[in-house]
Design a protein around this ligand. Structure first.
Ligand SMILES: Nc1ncnc2c1ncn2[C@@H]1O[C@H](COP(=O)(O)OP(=O)(O)O)[C@@H](O)[C@H]1O
Ligand SMILES: [Mg+2]
Length: 589
């Protein structure tokens, strides 16, 4: 029988470290939280090799008394709570007293601090018995070097330097959003990557989320008694393919909470396509006694006393903000611009002529379309006659010949049986899907270099994905590289997709790729990627087509396998026979 024995202290901390400090970014989060709890107004961070080699954080907070330094590194020692009562209404980020001990157990660490009134600073290393005098003008410096050097199993789970850095950058963004008054700088391998001076909430959010978000954002600010929800929520035109721009804070703490995200999502239910994700930054404030933050070691989840009430409050507050009439927001300065890129040459096929302008309709102006629509629909009988007159003599194509485009969404065609209605985006998506699939079966698809590289503002996470998938992207027909710390340059795209919404396509593709290990993308996730590529490569609703373009689309549908349904299983077209139409009008009754 094995005997029961207590674990050594170091091992206990290393086990705890598994929960609290999963990767460099979680160390960084704990350290920034400590600085904020210490009342810092200025926090400087230096990272090396994605934070694995070094994380150094310098703050101007209240510091640690020399006599307390050993306690700061000890498990279950904290200055933040002293009783259960304190725990139940805790307002600081920390209270468990285990972060520094956990970090110290898996790294080479030192804490240097000089509280006000101290003659000089003191430094304590985790491998030394006693603190020693050090030079520092005030505040605290914590250095964490060689993370997981003594726990190689954990070290193996770390990703590339770029990915670990991206997680650190995400942490900084989250903390900076909730603490606009605090100045932050962050450097990586000696180069400054973020520099945020102290400012107000709106300026900080604008800086971190960008003008594009803000031009689509509504201000949220609703209070009910001790509850308050404030922040910014983007209208559906700025929806995302991932959840990467959802920032939810409870009393200043970034959380990922199902109840909260569900409530927010519900407010978008009628206005956002199911596969898209809303973007927002929201701050929920409530009495700390109403929320339990002690349910998760990293405190990323919380529990509410009155979960139902909170859900309803958020849902209604968001719905109200999103429904506010346009113009009521100070941020919607311009109409949403969907095609902000320039220089993408046209693809082959029916949209080529369209873009080159040889086929009549101008994209920017709705005027020709309006004139066309007016003449086509002012007198329906006459319009249909006109179109009928242009019908080829051998009019036996199954999907018939285009008559008009309705509201930029449907193509109307007539065939021998009667009226054909086509959902043009869904149909084109289906065609592209089958074509790219065929091309990929034969190797990398034919590509189209962009005359002017498409420059995209990108998050560190997106840049890391591009680096991790450097070998996958060319196989899919893309050539993408980083063009600076916050920008990607797209040089080549699959020819079939070149006329699509490229920025949306690239972002969606990267969001997909982020989820997959680079080696298995092509085999295991191919269909998912194909859907994403087809969806964003396809002609969007509200794009005006000429009759020849519409006819080309109908012919392609006829030539495509399973063209009756889009990739999401919805029909791409329906037939309304003359009898159906007669019935509608009760003719012959
Ligand atoms: N940057 C800092 N400035 C001042 N005190 C700090 C700082 N970092 C840590 N401390 C002190 O060390 C203690 C232990 O920190 P930590 O292990 O993170 O536990 P917790 O934050 O839960 O109290 C804190 O309670 C605090 O008193
Ligand atoms: Mg802490």
């Amino acid at each position: 029988m094995p005997r029961i024995h207590p674990l050594p202290d170091l091992l206990i901390s290393q086990i705890a470290a598994g929960e609290v400090v999963e990767r460099p970014a979680s160390v960084l989060k704990e350290l920034i939280e400590n600085s904020l709890d210490a009342g810092a107004t200025k926090i400087d961070i230096q990272l090396e090799e994605g934070g694995v080699r070094l994380i150094r954080i310098t703050d101007d907070g209240i510091g640690i008394e020399a006599a307390d330094l050993p306690l700061a590194l000890a498990r279950h020692a904290t200055s933040k709570i002293g009783s259960l009562d304190d725990l139940e209404r805790v307002a600081s980020y920390g209270f468990r007293g285990e972060a520094l001990a956990s970090i110290a157990s898996v790294s080479r660490m030192s804490v240097t601090s000089r509280p006000q009134g101290a003659a000089h600073a003191m430094r304590l290393r985790n491998d030394a018995a006693n603190a020693e005098p050090a030079a520092l003008s005030g505040g605290t410096v914590i250095e964490v070097a060689d993370l997981y050097f003594n726990t190689p199993a954990r070290r193996k789970f770390l990703k590339t330097e770029a990915t670990e850095y991206a997680h650190c950058s995400d942490v900084l963004q989250r903390m900076a959003l909730a603490n606009p008054g605090v100045a932050f700088t962050l450097s990586h391998n000696g180069a400054v990557r973020h520099r945020h001076t102290g400012c107000n909430e709106e300026a900080r959010a604008r800086l971190l989320l960008g003008e594009e978000f803000f031009s689509h954002a509504r201000r949220v600010d609703v209070a009910a008694g001790p509850l308050r929800l404030s922040g910014y929520a983007a209208l559906p035109a700025y929806s995302r393919s991932g959840r990467d721009e959802q920032f939810f804070y409870v009393n200043g703490r970034f959380v990922r909470d199902k109840l909260l995200t569900h409530a927010a999502r519900e407010a978008y239910a009628d206005i956002l396509h199911g596969a898209r994700h809303p973007a927002y930054v929201l701050f929920l404030e409530l009495d700390p006694a109403e929320v339990d933050v002690n349910v998760h070691p990293a405190k990323i989840e919380v529990r509410f006393r009155n979960a139902r009430g909170i859900h309803q409050f958020i849902f209604h507050a968001m719905q109200k903000a999103l429904a506010a009439p346009i113009g009521s927001t100070p941020f919607a300065t311009e109409p949403p611009s969907t095609s902000s890129y320039a220089g993408a040459p046209a693809a082959n096929g029916y949209f080529a002529g369209y873009q080159q302008g040889s086929l009549a309709v101008a994209e920017q102006s709705a005027k020709p379309y309006l004139e066309f629509a007016r003449s086509a629909f002012a007198d329906q009988g006459a319009a249909l006659n006109t179109a009928a007159a242009t019908l080829p003599a051998d009019a036996d194509a199954p999907l018939g010949y285009a008559i008009a485009q309705l509201q930029g969404v449907y193509v109307l065609a007539q065939n021998n049986a009667g009226l054909v209605l086509v959902d043009m985006h869904a149909a084109h998506e289906r065609i592209l899907y089958e074509r790219i699939k065929r091309q990929l079966d034969a190797g990398p698809p034919p590509t189209q270099p962009l005359l002017v590289p498409l420059l995209l503002a990108a998050s560190a996470g997106e840049i890391a994905t591009v680096e991790e998938h450097a070998h996958t992207l060319p196989l899919l027909g893309f050539e993408i590289g980083s063009a600076g710390p916050q920008q990607l340059a797209v040089r080549t795209v699959p020819a079939l997709l070149a006329a699509g919404d490229l920025p949306a396509l690239i972002r969606a593709l990267l969001a997909d790729l982020k989820e997959f290990p680079a080696s298995r993308v092509i085999e295991a996730q191919r269909n998912e990627l194909l859907s994403t590529m087809a969806c964003h490569g396809a002609v969007r609703a509200n794009r005006l087509l000429t009759l020849p373009e519409m006819n080309a689309l109908l012919r392609d549908m006829e030539a495509t396998e399973r063209a009756d349904q889009c990739n999401h299983g919805r029909p791409t077209w329906i037939q309304m026979s003359m009898q159906d139409l007669d019935k509608l009008f009760m003719r012959g009754k």
